[in-house]
Structures are given as structure tokens and as C-alpha cells.
Design a protein around this ligand. Structure first.
Ligand code: ATP
Length: 748
């Protein structure tokens, strides 16, 4: 890197030319939009021009591009030098493309890197050739401060297992390293300049196919899912609207946190919600008047906060897991079959044509067969409507053939009378087909041990069914449903009525998907057009024993059976330093979860994590306050003090409030991410990142899968520094095997 680069002069000249062209463009655009107009078309044009102007003024002029790729197209042998930026810039006089948008098809070459055998897709066409150069620029205020060539090898050699191996090899994309090392505010940002090849594949994956991405902590899942939205809207604006994009994330604060990066990516009007907030709106009209939905945090408290009776926890776990499971989906589908089998008599349909006294009939078997075979893909009520139409056609057929035989011609009045008669007969006949009401149907299913036994697969034990039914009945008796009832209710509603297509999403991102149940994902898929879903998560960060997806096969094989999803894994982690990731990986290593891939940090070194062991609580608080002051003085902007429970967060907050007055206490009710110094329970740190993280009382995390995952989540949040604390004399079950060289012990 550096200004010594042999092509520095040429590149600076090129940049100067580009900036001069942008200046001319800015002057022109300002002129163009000055004039007020009543003409609607002109207003739209001006609106778009104003947007372009804003971009050029705010970003484009300062840093029009970040990279260059040289491409020699096969058979043409003309070298294309393509400069790539956050937005495309076109000269409005000549319509020449000066800077290519990172989302444009040709820009894909930049992300896949130098290769003799390169290609990109242009619609259906594949353009082949050779990428002879990939170059990155660091630009500040119109001046090139760094040129990085050939940052093409993968960030590290991914074949190598242990971080130490690649430390020695020193494989690193220098440009990426420079970007990652920028300290200070660790809020989410766009990464268009440094998207890695495997991330690029996900961003540009086929539009109408579910994508499932398993990525280690800090591998950029959230970031690339949002970049994918930006990519989709750029390339498919004729068929997709960003207003119809949906992002699901685990809590409102997280949504606020990610929404900060959306305007940068040009997709600021996407819908965002937690699953419960979105789904509760749909489910409320299905509930009887006055019924309430219990807070989704209630089970969290049962499992993390209070030392509840183990049997109570087991009952809750059996019930909650069932309600999100594929077994529950089988039961709901089975319920409709049960209604058809047990509640519909499929009697013979007979009617008489009074004039000739001719009696016609349609056999019960014929009706049953039509209902079972022809309309089985439809929601139950639509099936009834379709059957009615079908029976009417059949009746018409029989009668008109009789009339023809008897040479009877019906006049208009005769026809109308006849039509009325058919409708009356069908009304009466179809009364024996019960209309279903979603909530009553669900209640019937979930409140009967006998019925549920018939509907769920044999593997579900009788004892589990008893737990589900008894505890659900108690809850329902209080006129309440819980968050876990929402997905089954909506799924059943879909089986009975179908989903309202007008509200379907053009594309849906599900972030932290491991925390949703398979049935919740199934409901989201029903609300998304053409299976255009990006589902990202990390099984190692699934912190709930009572809910969530425990293996991606639940989705890839259980939910998307007809529309095979593409499955990607990301094992490179970009967030934390090597020292922090090594420590965090030890926690996962200790509990030895099957199929867990340990994160490989990019080559970014920092300070070794600190383990503080104060003699008393007051010493602990003093130590934290002192360190917070030091970190702030060092320039770190986001500092999180993380406890295991919300109860502990409140205590820590109270004790530190005086010494750190600007600190904020966060709970799941918060819908803003304030930055600065924050105190929060570990489960709330999901998906977020901070410059510095304190984990208070690491000794409280027990040696079990769920506590280990919770601690892992907390340990993988810092970008720069990690401080662990425990009081003198306490055991640390999950860090007992932590090699001493991985951390530095300090008394306080
Ligand atoms: N290609 C990249 N270039 C630069 N930074 C990157 C890149 N990929 C990811 N990052 C950075 O890594 C950090 C982690 O990204 P992100 O939060 O999207 O990861 P995640 O996989 O969703 O993490 P987690 O599962 O731990 O919540 C962010 O600061 C992001 O900007």
C-alpha cells in the first residue's frame, strides 16, 4: 500500500478527473431541480435528481469509488477498467458510466477477485473473461491515501484449521485489515468495499429460492442479509418493492440497531419487526374478545431469571417446544383431516325436478372423492366453496341432459327459478359440512389428550402430551395465549382460510433464525412470495432450551421440502480480535456440541482478554468504573456491561449509577440502541456489537449447553476488548479449562 504505488500518479489523476466531473454534475443537478413544477412526471424526475444530488454531495464527491477491477472479455480482448463505488455515477451529458454501482452485475467480478477464468451474469447471459487486476483505494477528502493491489487471495487460507496456522502464514487482505482496525464506534456499517467472495455469493444468490446461512458469530450474517436487500432492490426494481421487504429480528432494540445502516444501503423503507410483534397483529382478530397474549419474555424469566422448580421447567419446555415443532404442524394438518373424517357425513345429495318429477342424485362417495382429491391443496373453507361449485356443475349437467332428453326449453324465468332451487338445495346440503373457527379449532386440539394423541407422531410420549394439554388448558382457562401459540394459530388459520396474499412480502430476511421455531419460519414462508427468503443464524448461539431451531435440517428438510433451499456456511469471523475469539471458542470447545464449527477470526490482533478477580462486590464496581473511564479515554464509544440476568443488570446499574452517570440500563422493552455505556442481560446482546464488553460474574454460567451458548454470545460481542469478572473464591465452570496464556489475570 501507500502513496509510493507505481500507479499512484495515474490513479490520483483519474480521481481528480472524476471529482471534477462530479462537481459539474452537482452544479447541473442543482440547476435542474431549482425550478418548481406542477407536472407530475417532472416532479418524479426531480425527486430522483434530488436523491442523486444528495448522494453526490454527501458521499460521492468525497469518495466516488473504492475499487477497480480490470476485465478482459473473452474473444473481444479489450480491457475494461471498471471503477466501483457505493452508487453508480453516470455523466448526464454523455450517459457514460463513470463509476459502476457495487450491485451491478459486472461489479461481481470485483468481489470474486483476480482469476483467469472469471465470469459474471447479465440476466440470462454469462459473460466470460479474465480479471487481470483487483485494486482497492483508501480515499480521504478527494486524495488517495492508499492503494492495495490484488487483495484477492481469500482473507485467510480457509483450509487451515487453527488460527495459529494462518497467523504464521500471515494471509490477510490488507485492505480489509485496515478497514476492520478502524476503532471507535462499532455500530453496524456497510461493507461494500470489503465484501468477501463467500459473502458475495450469498448476497447475489438466486432471488426466488430460500437461502439458509449458518454463520459463526461475527461472520457478517446480519450485514450481508441487509446488503442482499440492497442488491435485490437494485437489480429487480420492476418486480420487487423495498416497502414489501421484511426483516425479522429478535428484539426491537436490535431492529433499531440494524436500521441505522439501511439508509446507507438505499433500502430505508423496509418493514422490520420481531416475529411476535408482526404475528400478534395477525392473530389478535382470531382471538375471542378480551383475550391477551402473555409477554414472550415470560418463559425467559422462568428459565434464566428465577430458580424455578425443575418439574415446572420441564412441563413448560415440553409445551413450548411442541408448539413450535414440526410435530405440531403434523397435528394441525391432521386436525383438518380429522374434521373431514369424523365431522362430515358425506351423505348422498338428491334433488327433484318438480315439473317432470325426475329425481337426481350425486353419491356420497363421489362427493367425498371430489373433496379429498381435487381440492386437497386448498384451505378448508376454500375447499368447501370449490366443492359447492363442483356440485352445482354436476347438478346442472344432470338436469340439462334430462331437459334435452325431454326436449324442454327453459325460458329466462324458468332458468332463474331453477338456479334459485339449486342454491337452496346446496345451502341445505352443505350445512352438514362444519365451518371452522380457527381459535375454537385450536383450542379443541390442544385441550384434548385423546385427540392430540391421535394427531401427533408416535414418538411423542403420552407423558409429554399430558404436559402439553394440562398446562395449555390452565393457560387458556385464564383467557390468555402465549407467544408460542401464535405460530400454530396462524398455521391453522392458513389451513382453514388461507393467508391474505395482498400482505405478502416480496422478500424476507430472518435474522438470528436459530431463536425462532421451525413452525414460526413456516408461517413466515407462507407470508413470503415465491419463497424469496434469506434465513441467517448460528446454531451455537441458540440460547433457549425451550424454543428455537436446533439443527438447520428442521428447515431444509422439514419446512422447505418442495422448494429446496440453498445452504451456505460461513466460518470466518470479522468482528472480534484473534485473542477474544480464541477465548470464546474455548467455551464452545468445552461443551463439545455436535457439528459446531469454531469461528476463525480474521488476522486482527488486539489486547488479550482480562480476567479480573476482585475481593468483594464493592471492589468489583470500583474496578469496572475505573476501567470504563480508561476505555472512554482511549476513545472507545460503545461499552457494554453484561450480566447473566435482568435482575443482576438492575443491581449492577444501581451500584454503578453514581460513578458512571451517563450509563443506560437496557431491557427487552427498549426499542432504541443508545450506544455509550450500557448495562444489559446477556440474552439481549444477541446480534449487537460493542467496542468493549465486561462480562460480570462469569462464575454464574453453569456447565450446561444453554449457559455455555449464552456466555459464548456475550463473549463474541466485543470488537476490541473483553473483560471477564468473578469474585475471589468462586468457581468458573465454563472457563475452568481456559488455557492461562489466553487471558491476563488482574486482581481488580
Ligand atoms: N467483509 C467484511 N468486511 C468488513 N467488515 C465485515 C465484513 N464482514 C463482516 N464484517 C464486520 O463484522 C462484524 C460482524 O458482522 P455481523 O454483525 O453482520 O455478523 P453476524 O454474523 O450477524 O454476527 P452475530 O451472529 O455474532 O450476531 C460487523 O462489524 C461487520 O461490519
Amino acid at each position: 500500500m501507500s502513496t509510493q504505488h507505481r500507479e499512484y500518479e495515474q490513479e490520483q489523476h483519474k480521481l481528480d478527473e472524476t471529482v471534477a466531473m462530479i462537481d459539474a454534475e452537482i452544479t447541473q443537478l442543482r440547476e435542474d431541480i431549482r425550478e418548481a413544477t406542477d407536472d407530475y412526471v417532472k416532479q418524479v424526475v426531480n425527486y430522483n435528481k434530488a436523491k442523486d444530488l444528495r448522494y453526490l454531495e454527501d458521499h460521492g464527491r468525497e469518495k466516488p469509488y473504492f475499487g477497480r477491477v480490470d476485465f478482459m472479455k473473452d474473444e473481444v480482448y479489450e480491457l475494461d477498467k471498471v471503477y466501483i463505488g457505493k452508487r453508480g455515477i453516470v455523466r448526464s451529458d454523455t450517459f457514460d458510466s463513470v463509476v459502476v454501482d457495487w450491485r451491478a452485475p459486472i461489479a461481481s467480478l470485483y468481489y470474486s477477485g483476480e482469476s483467469k477464468d472469471a465470469f459474471y451474469r447479465m440476466g440470462r447471459e454469462i459473460v466470460r473473461g479474465e480479471v487481470t487486476l483487483k485494486r482497492n483505494f483508501a480515499i480521504e477528502n478527494g486524495k488517495i491515501t492508499g492503494i492495495y493491489d490484488g487483495a484477492v487471495k481469500e482473507t485467510i487460507n480457509r483450509e487451515m484449521g487453527d488460527p495459529d496456522d494462518f497467523l504464521q502464514e500471515g494471509f490477510i487482505d490488507e485492505f480489509l485489515a485496515a478497514n476492520l482496525n478502524q476503532a471507535n464506534d462499532s455500530r453496524l456499517k456497510d461493507i461494500v468495499a470489503t465484501i468477501q467472495s463467500e459473502q458475495n455469493d450469498i448476497i447475489r444468490a438466486e432471488k426466488d429460492k430460500p437461502l439458509v446461512v449458518q454463520g459463526v458469530a461475527g461472520s457478517g450474517k446480519t450485514t450481508i442479509a441487509l446488503h442482499r436487500l440492497s442488491y435485490l432492490i437494485y437489480n429487480y426494481q420492476d418486480t420487487m418493492m423495498s416497502k414489501k421487504f421484511m426483516v425479522f429480528a429478535p428484539n426491537r432494540m436490535f431492529l433499531a440497531y440494524i436500521s441505522e445502516v439501511l439508509p446507507e444501503l438505499g433500502v430505508d423503507d423496509v418493514q422490520q419487526a420481531t416475529f411476535v410483534d408482526w404475528a400478534a397483529r395477525l392473530v389478535k382478530p382470531l382471538l375471542p374478545k378480551g383475550w391477551r397474549i402473555v409477554s414472550p419474555d415470560k418463559p425467559l424469566q422462568l428459565f434464566f431469571e428465577e430458580s424455578q422448580d425443575e418439574r415446572q421447567q420441564e412441563i413448560a419446555r415440553n409445551r413450548l417446544r411442541f408448539k413450535g415443532s414440526l410435530d405440531c404442524r403434523i397435528a394441525l394438518e391432521g386436525y383438518i383431516d380429522y374434521v373431514i373424517e369424523k365431522k362430515i357425513p358425506f351423505k348422498k345429495l338428491s334433488f327433484q325436478y318438480n315439473k317432470t318429477k325426475q329425481v337426481f342424485s350425486i353419491s356420497g362417495d363421489f362427493i367425498r372423492q371430489s373433496f379429498m382429491e381435487h381440492f386437497s391443496n386448498m384451505p378448508y373453507h376454500r375447499r368447501l366453496d370449490a366443492l359447492r361449485k363442483h356440485l352445482k356443475q354436476e347438478m346442472n349437467k344432470q338436469l340439462f341432459s334430462h331437459l334435452r332428453e325431454k326436449k324442454i326449453d327453459l325460458d329466462k324465468t324458468g332458468l332463474a327459478k331453477f338456479e334459485k332451487m339449486l342454491e337452496q338445495i346446496l345451502d341445505t346440503y352443505l350445512t352438514s359440512f362444519p365451518r371452522l373457527e380457527t381459535f375454537a379449532a385450536y383450542r379443541e386440539m390442544i385441550s384434548s389428550e385423546e385427540l392430540l394423541r391421535k394427531l401427533v407422531p408416535e414418538e411423542v410420549s403420552d407423558a409429554t402430551i399430558r404436559d402439553i394439554v394440562e398446562s395449555s388448558t390452565t393457560l387458556l382457562a385464564e383467557e390468555r395465549i402465549e407467544a408460542e401459540d401464535i405460530a400454530p394459530l396462524l398455521y391453522l388459520h392458513h389451513l382453514i382460510e388461507g393467508m391474505n396474499k395482498a400482505e405478502h412480502f416480496d422478500h424476507t430476511v430472518v435474522d438470528e433464525a436459530q431463536d425462532l421455531s421451525a413452525l414460526e419460519v413456516a408461517v413466515i414462508a407462507l407470508a413470503t412470495k415465491r419463497h424469496s427468503l434469506t434465513i441467517v443464524g448460528d446454531i451455537a448461539q441458540g440460547i433457549h432450551s425451550y424454543r428455537g431451531i436446533h439443527a438447520w435440517e428442521e428447515l431444509t428438510q422439514g419446512i422447505f421440502t418442495e422448494h429446496r433451499p440453498s445452504y451456505y456456511t460461513l466460518s470466518q469471523s470479522y468482528r472480534s480480535t484473534i485473542e477474544i475469539m480464541k477465548c470464546a471458542n474455548e467455551v464452545l470447545r468445552l461443551i463439545q456440541l455436535p457439528e459446531t464449527v469454531l469461528a476463525k477470526p480474521v488476522l486482527r490482533q488486539g489486547e488479550i482478554p482480562v480476567l479480573v478477580t476482585p475481593a468483594s462486590r464493592s471492589e468489583l464496581y470500583k474496578g469496572i468504573a475505573r476501567r470504563v473511564e480508561e476505555f472512554t479515554a482511549e476513545g472507545f464509544k460503545t461499552i457494554a456491561i453484561v450480566t447473566k440476568t435482568i435482575g443482576a443488570s438492575k443491581k449492577v446499574f444501581k451500584s454503578l449509577q453514581e460513578s458512571i452517570p451517563e450509563m443506560t440500563l437496557l431491557s427487552s422493552k427498549d426499542n432504541q440502541f443508545p450506544g455509550g455505556v450500557t448495562v444489559m442481560p446477556a440474552y439481549l446482546t444477541k446480534g449487537l456489537q460493542f467496542d468493549v464488553v465486561f462480562i460480570v460474574d462469569v462464575d454464574l454460567y453453569q456447565d450446561n449447553e444453554w449457559d455455555a451458548k449464552l456466555l459464548y454470545v456475550a463473549m463474541t460481542r466485543p470488537v476490541h476488548r473483553l473483560v471477564l469478572t468473578h469474585l475471589q473464591g468462586s468457581e468458573m465452570p465454563l472457563l475452568r479449562e481456559l488455557p492461562p496464556e489466553l487471558y491476563q489475570s488482574e486482581a481488580n
